[in-house]
Design a protein around this ligand. Structure first.
Ligand SMILES: Cc1cc2nc3c(=O)[nH]c(=O)nc-3n(C[C@H](O)[C@H](O)[C@H](O)COP(=O)(O)O)c2cc1C
Length: 487
């Protein structure tokens, strides 16, 4: 693609982010690791208070730093993130006291920000009436672009949206259980919400808003007086680079709700895998009972890397992972509205006794062979479709692909962004359900999507593989890890 921004090439650029992500950056593009950002957004000064109770439990399972790993001292969190960049920031509006806070993921503290009537501005951004009831706690998720961009360049537009979706999926799961109810909005006036948070929308922008708990008629009395002196953001990087292509796509996605919703027909479900359907449909057994809000499960999750052993998984484990993934998407659409995109699931089964190795489409407890169908060589095929060699995917027990319609997403950059959020929600459910049934897992965007489409018989337009999660038995990794506990 030409490096000269041209609005009529946005759809083509977004298509390439899936089909040929390695072409997203100009030839010779390099990350400047010596000038990278800090792994958390750092504020200096301001008033802080520890997050407590239900909010603390929700934040600990979503954005909080939970561990430090290996000689590179990578800050790990309860959710996976491409390259462990964790570009998703969380902000809280406490509507009863009309307070705006940034979540410090390192200290699990709430840092008071000098928001001017944040509850009123939140309502404006969400296009709600001035007296519309809101829950006591509203969380806003942003993507902080430089954290991802410095390493992945223009590809980070896609990666950042999926990453935010992973956090969103976890947030909905935990907010629902901790606060009793949760809703999500992805259609809002971006500029109004960015102003409410005091962020420059070109550098960091709201991607999702989650209401936690039942709505209450709260006036949101304006805060008199501001935290003094207000906190200041401190950057490690001396130079924050910009990309005309990234900026153009992001600006195009920052449309107001009316435009975002009005553009085009309501999204349809992705077209089912179109390859010749083989006869042997597999009925999976009932799912296992799992609790995906269990903190032990949440902190146990990690990406398996090269630790897959080649040992089998049971059909019930497979059924549970796929069932939980489908439930997460149903829940997302129930809480966010039917305009949120549909995601379906395909799976390449390598080692599940009773399920012939092959390529399947998942339908409510059943596996339908599609595309290449039964395929004893699918392990090497999957391995060959990976861009890197850091994961031994062929020794997984099964690999899940989240499927969505590239054509639907191509209608506007906002549709694309919203679809990638939903892809992240599905990814979160797969990795957590796999952990809950005692299996290791590793999520990917770095794979050859057209090769995977071909294996399933997907057409790559009405439906295409968006993300990949390998699941299987793993051995313990050799890197050291220290758990971080909140004070
Ligand atoms: C959206 C997303 C995309 C990812 N893509 C890749 C990938 O292409 N290749 C890879 O090896 N790991 C990928 N990962 C896994 C991350 O590298 C991993 O989550 C990160 O290093 C943090 O480690 P942890 O998951 O063990 O906490 C991805 C994770 C996410 C959430």
């Amino acid at each position: 693609m030409s490096r000269t921004p041209s609005p009529d090439r946005i759809a083509e650029h977004l298509r390439l982010l899936r089909e040929d992500p390695q072409s997203a950056n100009p030839p010779g593009w390099r990350a400047d690791f010596s000038d990278g950002p800090w792994p958390v957004k750092v504020h200096q000064g301001g008033e802080r208070a520890p997050a407590t109770g239900a909010l603390a439990r929700v934040l600990r399972g979503t954005v909080a730093v939970t561990a430090v790993r290996g000689p590179s001292k990578t800050l790990r969190r309860a959710v996976p993130s491409g390259g462990a960049m964790h570009p998703t920031e969380a902000y809280v509006v406490l509507t009863g006291s009309d307070r705006l806070c940034h979540v410090d993921p390192y200290r699990l503290e709430l840092l008071a920000l000098p928001g001017d009537s944040p509850t009123r501005r939140l309502r404006q951004g969400l296009c709600l009436a001035a007296d519309a009831p809101l829950p006591a706690v509203v969380l806003l998720l942003t993507s902080r672009f430089w954290k991802n961009f410095y390493k992945y360049g223009d590809f980070s537009y896609r990666l950042g949206a999926v990453d935010a979706g992973v956090v969103l999926g976890r947030l909905l799961r935990l907010a629902g259980s901790e606060f009793g109810a949760a809703w999500v909005r992805t259609d809002f006036a971006d500029d109004a919400l960015n102003d409410c948070l005091g962020v420059d929308g070109r550098d960091e922008s709201v991607y999702a808003v989650v209401g936690c708990g039942p709505t209450v008629a709260t006036g949101g009395t304006d805060v008199i007086g501001r935290p003094a002196p207000p906190p200041r953001v401190v950057e490690r990087s001396r130079r924050i680079k910009r990309s005309p292509v990234f900026d153009m796509v992001h600006a195009s996605a920052r449309s107001a709700p009316a435009r975002a919703v009005a553009a085009g027909a309501p999204p349809a479900a992705p077209v089912a895998a179109s390859g010749a359907v083989r006869a042997e449909t597999v009925e999976l057994p009932p799912s296992l009972a799992v609790d995906l809000t269990d903190e032990d499960v949440i902190v146990r999750r990690r990406s398996g890397g090269r630790q897959f052993t080649g040992r089998p998984a049971s059909p019930a484990q497979l059924a549970t992972v796929l069932g939980q993934a489908a439930t997460a998407i149903t829940t997302l659409r129930r809480r966010g509205g039917p305009t949120l995109p549909e995601i379906t699931f395909c799976t390449a089964v390598h080692r599940v006794p009773g399920v012939p190795a092959g390529w399947y489409s998942y339908h409510n407890g059943r596996l339908v062979p599609v595309g290449r169908g039964p395929d004893p060589d699918l392990g090497p095929y999957l391995q060959g479709a990976l861009f890197g060699s850091s994961v031994n995917a062929e020794l997984a027990a099964f690999t899940v692909h989240t499927v969505a319609s590239p054509r639907q997403a191509g209608r506007s950059a906002r549709h694309y962004r919203t679809q990638q959020l939903a892809v992240g929600v599905a990814m979160e459910a797969v990795v957590l359900a796999a952990t809950a049934v005692g299996l290791g897992n590793h999520p990917f965007l770095g794979f050859d999507a057209p090769a995977i489409d071909a294996a399933y018989g997907l057409d790559g337009q009405g439906s295409g593989a968006q993300a990949q999660i390998c699941v299987g038995v793993v051995r313990t990794g050799s890197e050291w890890e220290v758990t971080v506990r909140s004070r």
